[in-house]
Design a protein around this ligand. Structure first.
Ligand code: NIG
Ligand code: FE
Length: 419
């Protein structure tokens, strides 16, 4: 039997819970001082204080001393577009010159640009680049990541993206949860024929995605100039009928009513929400939709941040994620997200940690398995180098992650990487 004990942690930040934390609950981190935990066969078996580790667990295969350190569950990055071909570095200069996201799209940049590169990319090159990106995420303490398709916009490349993510899930230590985002943008040949494109995705691509179990969620870019409320509803409802869970890119650039649609459909999460109305937010709360906020994107696009404070004060469950993608937010940096959330979204440190752990897990419907240090959850644990969780935002923009344990095995150690 493989058994690991982590002990003597100055703070064991459990984030304890098996479902999303709403409103005020987001401040409860469930901290145990001089904490310890036991993992057997990859699953957490016991959590408590070091002097109380039961005798039966003391014959251990591996002991990890976390003296003067903080132990947290692995971070869950619940919204990314990490698998893509090529880059769009030119767009950064365009943004500096004053073009906004939609103007860049019209200038020939944007999502369709990445679509061409992703179509051209070989499977092997995508696997290589995917592995590298996942390695980097692991160094930031991410143990589960959600990844979307949406850089294919046709049968062949959407499936290629999803099949590669499935492979990456097997090959890499990080768990990859896949989302079908066929309705991410309109390919040029469908100009003015949005409904036909949605039909194509529904009839020709979605059934295959479901049949081959290539995705767990379906998402849509519901936005003015992209897909309307009606079109978004159509693909989401069909996807649900076929067994997928739902997400939505909602009210990012204008207040189109995406938050309300999320509430109506009781999607697992609604994401972005920069322009979401008070009413949309209220309806999301009533329907237990997790609000996934992506401050890195607002920062990169120089937009106002989503109203995290208002949402939490109105009892929403807020998750934070990177939105890692080649256009609006080319970063997998968790420390950047934490800095933006605490300094510019007025979230407390505790809320920020909840948003990246148990609420991130809830945003991908995994709160019963990951996102906290609780009995019977996966042994996905991160040891941070300082004695209190308060150092995590304070060491601004720098990762405090020292050791990552995935399914009960050490898979990253900062010191070992240095020669
Ligand atoms: O979440 N808003 C739409 N999709 C992505 C951006 C994708 C891209 O620009 O490549 C987002 O920000
Ligand atoms: Fe996104």
């Amino acid at each position: 039997m493989k058994r690991v004990i982590i002990k003597n942690a100055s703070q064991l930040v459990t984030c304890s819970g098996y479902k999303a934390k709403k409103g005020k609950e987001m401040n409860h981190l469930g901290i145990i001082e001089n904490g310890a935990l036991v993992i057997e066969e990859g699953i957490i078996k016991w959590v408590g204080t070091t002097p109380n580790i039961p005798r039966q667990y003391r014959k251990v295969a591996q002991e990890i001393d976390a003296s003067n350190k903080t132990v947290l569950p692995g971070f869950v990055d619940s919204h990314t577009h990490f698998l893509f071909g090529g880059y769009r570095e030119e767009e950064y200069s365009w943004r500096l010159a004053g073009y906004d996201y939609m103007e860049i799209m019209k200038k020939g940049g944007g999502i369709v640009n990445t679509v061409s590169h992703t179509k051209e990319a070989t499977k092997e090159s995508l696997i290589n680049v995917g592995m590298k990106r996942l390695n980097s995420m692991l160094s930031f303490g991410v143990t589960t990541v959600e990844g979307k398709s949406g850089y294919g916009l046709d049968y062949e490349t959407e499936i290629k993206q999803l099949e590669i993510m499935k492979k990456l899930n097997k090959r890499h230590k990080i768990d990859v949860v896949s989302t079908f985002l066929g309705a991410h943008a309109l390919p040029k040949q469908y100009k003015g024929k949005e409904d036909e494109y949605i039909d194509y995705m529904i009839n020709e691509v979605l059934p295959y995605v479901v049949d081959r179990e290539l995705a767990e969620f379906c998402d849509v870019f519901c936005e003015e100039g992209v897909f309307s409320i009606e079109q978004s509803e159509r693909i989401l409802v069909t996807a649900r009928e076929q067994g997928l869970k739902l997400k939505i890119h909602a009210d990012e650039i204008v207040n189109l009513g995406g938050a309300k649609l999320a509430a109506k459909l009781k999607t697992t999460s609604a994401d972005h929400l920069l322009m979401a109305s008070d009413e949309g937010i209220r309806e999301m709360e009533l329907n237990n939709v997790v609000a996934t906020l992506l401050p890195g994107t607002a920062f990169s696009l120089k937009e106002n941040y989503a109203r995290a404070r208002y949402m939490i004060d109105n009892n929403l469950a807020v998750a934070l994620a990177t939105d890692f993608n080649p256009g609006s937010c080319f970063t997998e940096s968790i420390p950047l997200i934490i800095a933006l959330a605490t300094l510019y979204m007025n979230m407390s440190i505790e809320e920020t940690i909840t948003a990246l752990t148990i609420n991130g897990a809830a945003a991908i419907d995994r709160a019963d398995q990951i996102g906290s240090i609780d009995i019977n959850k996966k042994g996905d644990i991160v040891i941070h180098e300082f004695p209190s969780y308060k150092f995590i935002p304070y060491h601004i923009g720098v990762s405090t992650v020292e050791t990552v344990i995935k399914d009960g095995k050490v898979v990253y150690d900062k010191e070992d990487k240095l020669c």
